[in-house]
Design a protein around this ligand. Structure first.
Ligand SMILES: Nc1ncnc2c1ncn2[C@@H]1O[C@H](COP(=O)(O)OP(=O)(O)OP(=O)(O)O)[C@@H](O)[C@H]1O
Length: 120
């Protein structure tokens, strides 16, 4: 049990470190808070909330994995290397794919009820 709590605290400090040190994590956090606040004012179904939360978690997870890959590459290959570039660019590309899909999902779910709310 004590080992589990220790592992949990290391994982939590990893989240805090990622949010504090990574500009993109701050942007994702601000976007996630804005989406949740907006969602709280709109009549969303449980399924829509589930999709929004899943989407937010995918973006956060990929950004943290991207950061971990960047740090591992910097440690393993401090000099310039084409494989280091490929690893970092592919990891960053994964975040970009998730972020673009998240924007589209957000528009699909929040767009119509927000439109009704503003037009009524
Ligand atoms: N060791 C390296 N060898 C070759 N190219 C690299 C190397 N390190 C970084 N690059 C190139 O420079 C780009 C920027 O790398 P950097 O480590 O600054 O990440 P970043 O995208 O600025 O991330 P962040 O701002 O989140 O720290 C990479 O995407 C890659 O194309």
């Amino acid at each position: 049990m004590l080992k589990f709590i220790r592992s949990l605290s290391f994982a939590c400090s990893g989240i805090v470190l990622a949010v504090r040190s990574q500009r993109h994590m701050k942007i994702h956090t601000a976007a996630a808070v804005a989406v949740c606040l907006l969602g709280a004012f709109l009549p969303l179904t449980r399924l829509e909330w589930a999709v929004l939360l899943l989407t937010i978690s995918v973006v956060f997870t990929l950004e943290m994995v991207n950061t971990a890959i960047e740090k591992t590459v910097d440690l393993a290959s401090p000099g310039i290397h084409p494989l280091a570039k490929a690893a970092k660019d592919i990891a960053a590309g994964a975040v970009l794919v998730a972020a673009c899909c998240a924007i589209m999902i957000g528009l699909l779910i929040l767009g119509p009820p927000l439109w009704h709310f503003l037009m009524d």
